[in-house]
Design a binder for this molecule. Structure first.
Ligand code: PLP
Length: 262
């Protein structure tokens, strides 16, 4: 069986982010994505109009059957939306504590629209010790730590139990996009690449899913992070958009000999 990653993620009907990003990324990297649908969102490539969270008990039941049936090797958490959902996720993982959990702490879409209730932040802080990696962008790190200074935010999240933090610099100013990987509060990897112009929908989901796929395949954290960045860069370089005001939608799935446009 291909390495299986179980994702808890929401549906983005524009197809740029959320569970579609997870499925496409993990499949493109040679893995298999199993997905618990945690939310239905209402959004297009320009903005978020609303969302409806899945009943936590239903989520827990979805997860239990898949965990009992498939050889899940990694868990990837995306949009959860509420403290109740976080509780349901970790209840369903109670007998699977050996599995690495990658959390993309989704609070809002890249377009700025909220994708979570107010109680999510506190719930995430409580489960930090249970995560293998948390992958906040700089806005999310500041919001979670309630602290504007990024170094201090990393220190605060570490003190709250986060062992590994992959801090994404996509929202910071400057020509270079710098991502930093911290283990136990120490910087262990820093990557820098030229910033692409334009706004991208689902870049964070894609990066976290690629990291999870690598961990599911048995790669080390550093290896999986480097590979995930290369994958995202390629998907963003090939992205397209339908609307001049809209965000670019990453192209994660490579063409194959049966594609219409080969
Ligand atoms: N999950 C869902 C369902 C979303 O709709 C979004 C953003 O629109 C995200 C996660 C986060 O997306 P990004 O990767 O752009 O931060």
């Amino acid at each position: 069986m291909r390495p299986v990653t179980l994702c808890f993620s929401g549906l983005d009907p524009s197809g740029g982010a959320g569970l579609q990003a997870d499925i496409e990324t993990i499949a493109a990297l040679g893995g298999h994505a199993a997905v618990v649908a945690s939310a239905l969102t209402i959004q297009d490539s320009q903005r978020v109009y609303g969302f409806q969270l899945t009943d936590p008990e239903l989520m827990q039941t979805q997860a239990s059957y898949v965990l009992a049936d498939l050889p899940v090797a990694c868990i990837k958490l995306g949009m959860l939306g509420s403290a109740q959902a976080v509780a349901a996720v970790f209840k369903s993982l109670q007998s699977y504590r050996h599995l690495p959990v990658v959390m993309d702490p989704v609070l809002a879409a890249n377009s700025g629209g909220a994708l979570a209730q107010d109680d999510l932040r506190g719930a995430i802080l409580k489960v930090l010790p249970l995560l293998a990696v948390i992958t906040p962008n700089s806005l999310e790190a500041r919001a979670l730590a309630a602290c504007d200074d990024l170094d201090k935010a990393v220190a605060k999240l570490t003190a709250a139990g986060a062992t590994t933090i992959w801090l994404k610099g996509g929202h910071e100013a400057g020509d270079a996009l710098i991502n930093r990987l911290y283990c136990q509060g120490q910087l262990v990897l820093e990557t820098s690449q030229t910033r692409l112009s334009g706004e991208f929908h689902g870049s964070g989901c894609t990066l976290a899913a690629a990291l999870a796929a690598g961990l599911a395949a048995g790669m080390s954290l550093n290896q999986a992070a480097i590979k995930a960045e290369a994958f995202v860069l390629q998907a963003l370089q090939q992205a397209d958009r339908a609307h001049p005001e809209g965000q670019f939608l990453p192209r994660r799935v490579p063409l194959n000999p049966y594609s219409f446009s080969v």
